[in-house]
Design a protein around this ligand. Structure first.
Ligand SMILES: [Zn+2]
Length: 82
């Protein structure tokens, strides 16, 4: 059995690690490949939701908002956008 190096990328929606090898949900944007853990995450990405998250203060604010929501409503699934 050959030694395979498992490469993983982070799902930009829910921050889950995604194996790039044989990844099912991949999108290309601005010359970059994005790997998604689930079709739902890819859909959110395609909808232009949180993945185009601005950097800086606004992005920081959104992060805090997402964390606050997670605290209040729990994280039962990939849901960084709402
Ligand atoms: Zn995901």
């Amino acid at each position: 059995m050959p030694q395979m190096i498992q490469r993983t990328e982070t799902c930009p929606i829910c921050r889950m690690p995604v194996k790039t090898d044989g990844a099912e949900y991949v999108e290309k944007r601005e010359g970059r490949l994005y790997f998604f853990c689930a079709p739902g995450c890819r859909d959110k990405f395609l909808a232009g939701a949180c993945c185009a998250k601005p950097k800086g203060r606004w992005g920081h604010f959104l992060d805090r908002l997402a964390k606050a929501n997670a605290k209040e409503f729990g994280t039962s699934g990939p849901s960084c956008c709402n």
